[in-house]
Write a protein that binds this ligand. Structure first.
Ligand code: AP5
Length: 244
């Protein structure tokens, strides 16, 4: 049988130390299970890495996972591509399957941030069934409330690092070197669905199919509404207050 063990001697001391410090910092943190809901460009993907680091959670973004599947041309990616290009939602069964699998990762031990899922009431109900089996409850739903009019500028200036999902903006959050990821030095790209025409259809899907998901969780009394049109650091402060 092939061994999956890693030779620790080959890992640089600095990486080992950083990982050790991260684990010591994370050990006393309570578990958290969060959902981020908001229209395209509202800031979910921008705030997620900050929440992830501060609360030691895994970041599960269905959009990032689907884009990776599309670019690897997996059977899932081939099925999802057409809907994504048009700004429509992919089928509930496809996304429920990938989330169910992703939640089993060791990095989700302290809990998770669901970014872009659930997006329909049917997905929310499936999620409830999944979590009940695991004995887990959603602690908070962060509702990134924002006027549609602000979103076109956010979407058209966005550049992303596909491997990590990190988001930049030419005006609001520029990388240190234009077109280059701050962390890895790799090239940034623009998303195929980040056009004014596709944004229109994504917003239509959001209002028709995803807004009812906010009502679904409001009835459970776990929704915190954020002022997502504020500057990036103000939104981070609001998130910190809600999660403290
Ligand atoms: P997905 O990738 O989830 O896209 P989305 O929901 O449309 O969200 P975005 O990634 O566009 O926005 P964001 O809120 O993360 O914004 P960001 O932080 O980057 O989904 C893509 C597609 O996949 C869907 O259309 C669908 O086809 C499919 N899909 C995914 N999940 C699915 C599901 N569950 N069911 C079915 N289909 C599914 O910010 C945007 C820009 O603004 C950035 O440039 C950022 O730097 C900037 N910015 C962020 N915050 C601020 C601020 N406060 N002030 C100024 N600028 C800011």
């Amino acid at each position: 049988m092939a061994s999956s063990s890693v030779n620790l001697e080959e890992i640089p001391s600095e990486s080992l130390m950083n990982e050790l410090l991260r684990r010591m910092k994370c050990a006393p943190k309570p578990e958290k299970h969060l959902i981020l809901i908001g229209p395209p460009g509202s800031g979910k993907g921008t705030q997620s890495p900050i929440i992830k680091d501060e609360h030691c959670l895994c970041h599960l973004a269905t959009g990032d996972m689907l884009r990776a599947a599309v670019s690897a041309k997996t059977p899932l990616g081939i099925k999802a591509k057409e809907s994504m290009d048009k700004g429509e939602l992919v089928s509930d069964d496809l996304v429920v399957g990938i989330i169910d699998e992703a939640m089993k990762k060791p990095s989700c031990k302290k809990g998770f941030i669901l970014d872009g899922f659930p997006r329909t009431v049917a997905q929310a109900q499936k999620l409830d069934e999944m979590l009940e089996r695991q004995g887990v409850k959603i602690d908070k739903v962060l509702d990134f409330a924002i006027d549609d009019a602000v979103l076109e500028e956010r979407i058209s200036g966005r550049w992303i690092h596909p491997a990590s999902g990190r988001s930049y903006h030419t005006k609001f959050a520029p990388p240190r070197v234009p077109g280059v990821d701050d962390v890895t030095g790799e090239s940034l790209i623009q998303r195929k669905d980040d056009t004014a025409a596709v944004l229109k259809s994504r917003l239509e899907s959001f209002h028709r199919q995803t807004q009812p998901v906010i009502n679904y969780y409001s009835k459970k009394g776990i929704v915190a509404t954020l002022h997502a049109e504020k500057p990036l650091s103000d939104v981070t402060d609001e998130v910190r207050k809600v999660l403290s």
